[in-house]
Design a protein around this ligand. Structure first.
Ligand code: 99T
Length: 200
């Protein structure tokens, strides 16, 4: 299988952590790519018409895309351990993916949009989603986060890691001490240490 990837992407990181945690790293060739909304990669677009990463080419069917689909596929291939905590796993993954979406939109606004067209109100609104998501995790999801490893935990770990990487001043730890404490322990897992975000 071939995974179109970039080390800065939290969505790619989810897939990489799943590969580590399920012992499937040797099954996938990582193809590093550069893609953005304004300069889409042709190679990625050939696998994913939306030109987004991650995208996974496999020999036995159409390419898979969207990190949720890829993670569910890889988990099933490994015996299905990461999605077996019911709807809670999926809601938690969706919450974390929403934090990633908002944080990536903030990154694109700051890095891709010409400075004279940037809109602080829109940036603030995306940051409100990041912080609102973190507050909900701290208030409602701590017992799930502290339970057996699942895709929800992996997604939350990757979302928080990305916020620290691109938006270190967002202040998500303020008012969320339980979440901050959980993350400090979770990010020390070998799968998280091996996949820390970086620019190419
Ligand atoms: O939007 C684009 O055209 C290109 N963007 C991407 O490919 C980003 C890379 S994060 N990926 C996604 O938005 C995937 C979202 C999808 N729902 C999923 O796979 O779950 C790059 C972040 C950075 O460089 O800072």
């Amino acid at each position: 299988m071939k995974l179109y990837a970039a080390a800065a992407s939290p969505f790619v990181r989810k897939v990489m952590v799943v590969l580590h945690e399920t012992g499937q790293l040797d099954s996938v060739e990582i193809i590093p790519v550069v893609t953005s909304p304004v300069q889409p990669s042709g190679a990625v677009q050939a696998s994913n018409p939306l030109a987004k990463i991650p995208a996974l080419e496999r020999g036995d069917g159409p390419a898979l895309y969207d990190s949720r689909v890829i993670c569910a596929y890889l988990d099933q291939r490994a015996g299905g351990r990461l999605y077996n905590r019911g709807w809670e796993s999926k809601i938690l993954e969706a919450t974390a993916d929403g934090i990633m979406d908002a944080a990536v939109l903030m990154s694109y606004e700051k890095r891709l949009r010409p400075q004279d067209k940037q809109w602080d109100g829109w940036l603030d609104a995306q940051q409100d989603k990041v912080l609102g998501g973190c507050a909900a995790l701290n208030a409602r999801w701590m017992s799930h986060l502290q339970g057996p490893l699942d895709i929800g935990q992996i997604a939350v770990g990757c979302a928080l890691g990305y916020v620290d990487f691109r938006h270190p001043d967002a202040g998500w730890r303020n008012g969320n001490p339980a979440l901050a404490q959980w993350y400090a322990a979770f990010e020390s897992r070998p799968s998280m240490q091996a996949t820390q975000p970086r620019d190419a």
